[in-house]
Design a protein around this ligand. Structure first.
Ligand SMILES: NC(=O)c1ccc[n+]([C@@H]2O[C@H](COP(=O)([O-])OP(=O)(O)OC[C@H]3O[C@@H](n4cnc5c(N)ncnc54)[C@H](OP(=O)(O)O)[C@@H]3O)[C@@H](O)[C@H]2O)c1
Length: 282
């Protein structure tokens, strides 16, 4: 299976769907990532705080070698943790991620959370800009940033993040942030794209769309994500579900189906109350 690509504001391409790797670790991570790559995923989402960069990097390297696939066909992304937001710490952290991944470069590095109470995300962004200038990282972006956080770092550096990875699923549709991203030319990525444990598979909007297109509820939701213009990062340790989740480019939801799924939005729909203005994650 091949997936379409989208072009980022830095000119690089990124797959239109990716594979989430949290909380996979050890042999389970190696097996799940290998099967995801076999299935056709070409974007892997990791983070320092997932504690699995070594496993992600090794699985990627092993798979590229075993299949004779060009390194450029694969996008590996990871995230800078809150405890490394000082400028110098961000530089060191990027080098340590590169080492753990064991790759020639980090394809995508995101600031994991803004941690506005700690208040050092502007320093962290200057660090990422420098890591990109040094060629350690190809594409730089952020995660869980609000419109104000984005303004701060763009005003400071003149460099717009290529990506903002945010919580986005049918119960929390992020209409405002998607509009902000469209204005600034930032690609939206969706974390917990299926809604994780609170997946709205039973909701009639999802069930109806899945029945109408003879697809699973998960496929209907991921197709909704794709048509919103966001890149979903579903995680599954199950090869059959991995294949299902990737196979969302052969059908199209109608505007009515899109609207019905979007109408599941609730103001309190966040999965664990992870409001970026108050949630601190180090
Ligand atoms: N930037 C951030 O702050 C942040 C926060 C959270 C997550 N993330 C990223 O987003 C990725 C995905 O988020 P997530 O894991 O929280 O949520 P998710 O992908 O929405 O849901 C994952 C759960 O859904 C199940 N599942 C997957 N495909 C399914 C299918 N086709 N049918 C039924 N169940 C299915 C999985 O079970 P099985 O594995 O058993 O199949 C797993 O329990 C993470 O892995 C991580 O990379 C980022």
């Amino acid at each position: 299976m091949t997936t379409p690509a989208l072009t980022l504001n830095d000119g690089h391409d990124i797959p239109a769907i990716g594979f989430g790797t949290y909380p996979l670790k050890g042999d389970e991570a190696h097996d799940a990532i290998t099967s995801a790559l076999d299935t056709g995923y070409r974007l892997l989402d990791s983070a320092v705080n997932y504690g699995n960069e070594a496993e992600v990097g090794k699985a990627a390297r092993d798979w590229l070698k075993a299949n004779g696939v060009d390194r450029d066909q694969l996008t590996v992304q990871t995230k800078l943790p809150g405890r490394h937001h000082d400028y110098e710490s961000a530089l060191d952290s990027g080098m340590e991620s590169l080492e753990r991944l064991g790759l020639d470069r980090i394809d995508v590095l995101l600031i994991h959370w803004p941690n506005p109470i700690t208040g050092k995300y502007r320093d962290a962004w200057r660090g990422l800009v420098e890591l990109q200038r040094r060629g350690v990282v190809r594409t730089i972006g952020v995660s869980n940033f609000t419109a104000d956080h984005l303004s701060d770092i763009v005003d400071d550096t003149g460099v717009t993040p290529a990506i903002n990875q945010i919580e986005l699923h049918p119960y929390f549709t992020q209409e405002h942030m998607r509009a902000v991203h469209a204005d600034r030319g930032i690609l939206t990525q969706s974390w917990s794209p299926l809604g994780k444990r609170q997946a709205p598979f039973e909701e009639s909007a999802v069930a109806d769309a899945s029945a109408a297109h003879a697809v699973t509820p998960a496929q209907a939701i991921l197709r909704w994500q794709v048509q919103l213009g966001s890149v979903p990062l579903p995680k599954s340790a199950t090869p059959e579900r991995q294949a299902d989740n990737l196979d969302v480019f052969g059908f199209e939801l109608t505007q009515e189906e899109m609207d019905a799924i979007s109408a599941l939005h609730r103001e309190d729909g966040r999965l664990f109350g992870g409001d970026p203005n108050t949630h601190e994650e180090m």
